[in-house]
Design a protein around this ligand. Sequence first.
Ligand SMILES: Nc1ncnc2c1ncn2[C@@H]1O[C@H](COP(=O)(O)OP(=O)(O)O)[C@@H](O)[C@H]1O
Ligand SMILES: [Mg+2]
Length: 280
Amino acid sequence: MSATSSPAAVSIAIKDIVQEYPAPSGGVTRVVDGISLNFERPGINMLLGPSGCGKSTILHMLGGVRPMGTKTPTSGSILIDGVECHGAHDDSVMVFQRYANRPDLTVFENVAFPFRLKLWREKIAEKEWRQRVAEMLKAVGLADKQQLRPAQLSGGQNQRVALARALVLRPRILLMDEPFGALDAQTREEMQRLLIDLYKAAPCLVVFVTHDVTEALMLGDRVIVLSTQPARIADDFTIDAPRPRSTEWQRSAEAIRFEERILSQLHKSSAGKGAVRVTI
Ligand SMILES: Nc1ncnc2c1ncn2[C@@H]1O[C@H](COP(=O)(O)OP(=O)(O)O)[C@@H](O)[C@H]1O
Ligand SMILES: [Mg+2]
């Protein structure tokens, strides 16, 4: 079965998005300046840019997260499967850097949390969701931790809980906002590998925001490089190297060419503003 005809096939069209926020000194600050992007099939799409360039703003728009008191987007539109999207979409879930696990609930209850909502309770019978939660906990390596609470887990394990809670819904769109940004280097690599394994088992359309060049190169089928504020698309290319990508690949001429290509764009556009990380 081709990727486009699989059940996970989905399309997102971002059309000429502009976002302006009220500036502290009066007037407005343009944060996103006319971005158009199409995502047409399952894949890991990296949205890479320096801190403060507008990545979360774009991702939140895709996820239907709207800031208080500001029209979002200021102009332009987002279409999911050809239908204009004004709010949260049933087929889309978000994972944040602060994993948003409930401290009063066990690991199992945190992963099962979406099934408290009427929408999901009506769609999926209790027997089935319990089984799905158990399978997800196994897939993220937390089967033996399901009765623990978040405070009894490490940062990486907490992020596994958040990832499991997102994927238990079998979303067609997975939006990730610097999900591994607060983790130490080794845990971050483990989580990247876990994401690749989970993605291979159930491909969906992933839009993954990062300011880490290495992370973009290790995970992405496609890397979209954003310029600094206001965000515009500075580059957009695909990487065909199979995943997981080895340390040898990271040191290959191909990877180094990609890295230099990204860094030259970022240096050109940022002129000292914002920061990117290279974790090689
Ligand atoms: N709700 C808001 N109101 C006003 N300014 C905002 C709001 N959200 C983000 N910004 C500003 O927009 C810019 C981009 O923010 P953000 O999208 O969070 O960047 P990134 O995720 O790339 O670090 C920042 O300067 C930030 O201060
Ligand atoms: Mg952000």
